[in-house]
Design a protein around this ligand. Structure first.
Ligand code: IPE
Length: 267
């Protein structure tokens, strides 16, 4: 199997594709329609990874997934509502992409992935590889998965993007969020937080010490965990970029390798 320097992995952050604080969960239709058009401009192998946003984080929080001591039966009761929401979200995104003529198919982690203490334990990728070889665009997403130690845990879209990038040897990983990349403080609390265009060996420690979880309904760790995983991935020769997916046109520019505001991660 020849995989896959030409593979691009794009994560669509949950706060961009959903209205993160809306209850019941609500899609961000305006952003999704635009993002589908930007993705349409890409030619080449593509995996799209969805964050959970309103659909994932609220239900996960409600069923104890933010607390490492939650009882197993509480976590297990959370599986159907989280799965239901993530199926709805991914199927809606699939429809937006299909309407643009993108041959997208959803492949959900729950059906094949197992975790151990929240980390990937087993993640078969044969169907993902087969789909890409068949010129399909794979849509996958953060999900609840069985955990061999803790009954069930949440697998984040960021962890999936990093895992698949390593496993399938992707050339480019674009992580779409609702901020301009990495800033030296939380921009939602400190409006004069400064944008950092490049993270490498020289500045990574200081930046990691300043980044933190994003919000209290976020059950998967926010910017700090994202960055730690991406720094690990950057040891391989890949283009790794965090960017603001709420700004029209930036995804399209990055897909075309053109400059725009973002944070590049290099080792
Ligand atoms: C979370 O995935 C998935 C669930 C809560 C089921 P992410 O952690 O990647 O989601 P966002 O992008 O932060 O919303």
């Amino acid at each position: 199997m020849i995989l896959l320097k030409s593979l691009t992995i794009v994560k669509l952050g949950g706060s961009v594709i959903t209205h993160k604080d809306a209850t019941p969960p609500k899609l961000n239709d305006t952003n999704l329609a635009r993002i589908a058009k930007e993705l349409k401009t890409h030619s080449g192998e593509l995996i799209i990874v969805l964050g959970g946003g309103a659909h994932g984080h609220q239900a996960a929080h409600l069923h104890g997934y933010a607390n490492p001591n939650s009882p197993k039966d509480q976590l297990l009761k959370g599986i159907p509502p989280i799965r239901h929401n993530m199926s709805n979200l991914s199927s809606s995104v699939e429809s937006y992409l299909n309407r643009e003529g993108i041959p997208a198919v959803v492949i959900s982690p729950f059906t094949t992935v197992t975790l151990k203490n929240g980390m990937i334990h087993s993640y078969p990728t044969n169907i993902i590889k087969k789909s890409i070889e068949s010129e399909l665009v794979v849509v996958t997403h953060g999900d609840v998965c069985f955990d061999i130690e803790r009954a069930a845990s949440i697998l984040s879209g960021d962890t999936i993007a990093v895992y698949l990038a390593k496993e399938l040897n992707a050339g480019k990983v674009l992580i779409g969020t609702d901020v301009d990349g990495v800033l030296d403080d939380n921009p939602k609390i400190n409006p004069s937080a400064k944008h950092i265009p490049l993270i490498n060996q020289e500045n990574k420690e200081i930046i990691l010490s300043k980044t933190g979880p994003s919000t209290n309904t976020d059950v998967t760790g926010g910017m700090s965990k994202k960055l730690t995983e991406l720094l690990e991935l950057s040891k391989q020769d890949k283009e790794i970029i965090i960017f603001n997916l709420t700004v029209p046109g930036r995804l399209e520019l990055l897909l075309r390798n053109e400059p725009t505001i973002c944070t590049r991660i290099q080792s």
